[in-house]
Design a protein around this ligand. Structure first.
Ligand SMILES: [Fe+2]
Ligand SMILES: [Fe+2]
Length: 211
């Protein structure tokens, strides 16, 4: 049985609260690494993978917040349903990242509640004017996330097939989310917004990698 520190307990409580409060369900898909053998043994590798997966876990916490924000601001039932469907798929990703971190005895980021609340606000703000602007924000977010996941796939040690499987599945989902948003009539968002999104994501990556 694992001994949790006070910080761990606060993190677990914070995450439970988030889950309880909004109660988004997973889409129920199988853990992509379920049938793959564990091959990460050295502590150096474990530490590297945990740090990278902590960043991805925080990204998925932010994705939950964004889609909940978009759903709250949606103008039509069809848009709201699309947002909740995507949120359920992001919830799968959140669980998969959390499970992988647990398998390697790591912990999630202490900043997650902050990223969650901030992302709900950003989701609402980007969708509040009209649904097509919200879709534009989603298309850009998902494109940035897919390219980020690609960079992480290259950083994960080649022998860690479990993590690579998870990240590849997530990447393909994110690409589909971008395509779905585009197909549904996404507006192109301004270049400045795209740059600001990259800066915010950079801050999240820097902090979650460490804490
Ligand atoms: Fe995701
Ligand atoms: Fe996504």
């Amino acid at each position: 049985m694992k001994n949790y520190t006070d910080v761990d307990k606060i993190i677990i409580k914070g995450n439970n609260l988030i889950n309880m409060f909004f109660n988004i369900k997973t889409s129920g898909r199988k853990y992509p690494a379920k049938d793959t053998k564990e091959t990460v043994i050295s502590n150096t590798e474990k530490k590297l993978v945990v740090n990278l997966m902590r960043v991805n876990h925080s990204g998925e916490v932010a994705a939950q917040g964004l889609y909940i924000g978009h759903a709250l601001a949606a103008k039509t039932k069809i848009q709201k349903e699309m947002m909740l469907k995507m949120a359920a798929e992001e919830k799968d990703h959140l669980e998969w990242c959390g499970k992988r971190i647990e398998e390697l005895n790591g912990r999630t980021s202490i900043f997650n509640p902050f990223w969650f609340v901030g992302s709900v606000a950003i989701g609402i703000l980007s969708s509040v004017s009209n649904d097509k602007n919200g879709l534009g924000f989603i298309e850009e977010t998902e494109k940035q996330v897919a390219s980020h996941l690609d960079s992480h796939i290259n950083k994960i040690p080649d022998n860690d097939k479990k993590t690579i499987k998870i990240l590849k599945k997530m990447k393909s989902d994110e690409e589909n989310h971008a395509k779905e948003a585009h197909k549904s009539g996404a507006n192109e968002i301004p270049l400045t917004t795209k740059k600001l999104m990259k800066i915010a994501a950079g801050v999240m990556k820097f902090t979650s990698y460490r804490l």
